[in-house]
Design a protein around this ligand. Structure first.
Ligand SMILES: NC(=O)c1ccc[n+]([C@@H]2O[C@H](COP(=O)([O-])OP(=O)(O)OC[C@H]3O[C@@H](n4cnc5c(N)ncnc54)[C@H](O)[C@@H]3O)[C@@H](O)[C@H]2O)c1
Length: 345
């Protein structure tokens, strides 16, 4: 068995896929999660401890009783709209609780951390595709909490010798292919992401997807976003961690596939992949939604040696569709979320 990797938030969507990838790469996986937005059904890979990052004593006990070589930190709240209406909840969990984790790592001399950051730290793009050097000026509390953690990582690196990679994801989507028999996938309640919402509308003809803005200066008038398959994200986490183990310097990486797809293109792709109708309704633009958000991930390709395997929208949507049908079987229905789609992450 390889090194022990602590996966904080490993019962969530992306964390569970990272736990699976670590497990497949022969690491000893240790998941820590409070199941606030995660799922006990996803605790399938390695060992797990139920606990909350707010509980410093629980964290100390975890670090004292395991020889943790590195940490992947996925745990956060991630709904942009809720972060505007209840920023305290976001600063408490995403920032204060991360400080607990980083202090605990410092005290137990665990020096390698991979952090789930986001393209939302950039704010409104000045130039596309977004490079890592683009100014970070987030336009909502969620993005600001993530940028706060990036600053904490830099300061802990300077003062205490922490090694870190901040991975700035674009829109995570898709699921582990059904033939891998891992039975995990995207499952947020409420769901705010476009692809699962479109697929839920394909499953249930009572549901409608609202398209916010059809008059943007994009190829078909709808917003363009960069979708990245969750298994490709998971692979990048392992590469980033191994790069730290090899003594490489701290860094930030965009994780996207450099290609934008419009909301309309996602809906068309879902109609083809599912063979079903997706009912849509046009709605006005929402404030704060840039017309286009596409990342330049060349740094991750070159410096991490990352090679996305599911770059095409079609493979993202098809794996998501296979999962969405299994998830509906789990829960008896699709999510209760209203079909509001989110253009930001
Ligand atoms: N989904 C995306 O498209 C996307 C894009 C950019 C960044 N991110 C970031 O990636 C990370 C994972 O996103 P996700 O979509 O998998 O979210 P998720 O909600 O599915 O997973 C988060 C996990 O963290 C756990 N958690 C939260 N607070 C905790 C705490 N205090 N103590 C212990 N466990 C806690 C939850 O129970 C859950 O299992 C988040 O940090 C998010 O901000 C996600």
């Amino acid at each position: 068995m390889g090194k022990t990797i602590l996966v904080v938030g490993g019962a969530g969507y992306i964390g569970a896929h990272a736990a699976l990838a670590l497990h497949n790469a022969q690491y000893d996986v240790l998941v820590f999660d409070n199941l606030s937005t995660g799922h006990a059904e996803f605790l399938r890979f390695g060992r797990h401890v139920l606990g909350d990052l707010a509980d410093r004593a629980a964290l100390d006990a975890l670090f004292a009783s395991n020889a943790i070589a590195g940490v992947m930190h996925f745990a956060a709240f991630a709904c942009v709209g809720e972060s505007v209406s209840d920023p305290a909840k976001y600063y408490r969990n995403n920032v204060a609780n991360t400080l607990n984790l980083l202090e605990c790592m410092r005290d137990h001399e665990v020096r390698h951390c991979i952090f789930s950051s986001t393209c939302a730290t950039y704010g409104v793009p000045e130039k596309l595709p977004l490079e890592e050097s683009h100014p970070q000026a987030p336009i909502n509390p969620y993005g600001r909490t993530k940028l706060n953690v990036e600053w904490m990582l830099q300061d802990f690196a300077g003062a205490y010798g922490l090694g870190y990679s901040a991975l700035r994801y674009f829109n995570a989507a898709g699921a582990v292919p059904a033939e891998w028999r891992a039975d995990i996938g995207e499952w947020h309640e409420p769901e705010t992401h476009l692809i699962p919402l479109v697929l839920q509308a394909a499953l249930d003809e009572q549901r409608t997807v609202r398209i916010f803005g059809t008059d943007y200066e994009t190829r078909d008038g709808t917003c363009v976003r960069d979708y990245i398959h969750v298994c490709d994200l998971a692979d990048a986490h392992i590469l980033a961690l191994e790069r730290l183990f090899a003594g490489e310097e701290n860094s930030s990486f965009n994780l996207g596939n450099g290609q934008g797809y419009s909301v309309q293109e996602v809906i068309d792709c879902a109609r083809t992949a599912t063979g079903r109708n997706v009912a849509v309704k046009k709605a006005p633009r929402r404030p704060g939604d840039p017309p286009s958000l596409v990342g330049d991930a060349r740094k991750a390709l070159h410096e991490l040696g990352w090679q996305p395997k599911f770059a095409e929208l079609d493979s993202i949507v098809r794996t998501a569709w296979a999962w969405e049908q299994r998830r509906a079987a789990y829960t008896g229905s699709s999510s209760d979320a209203s079909l509001e789609m989110s253009n930001t992450v």
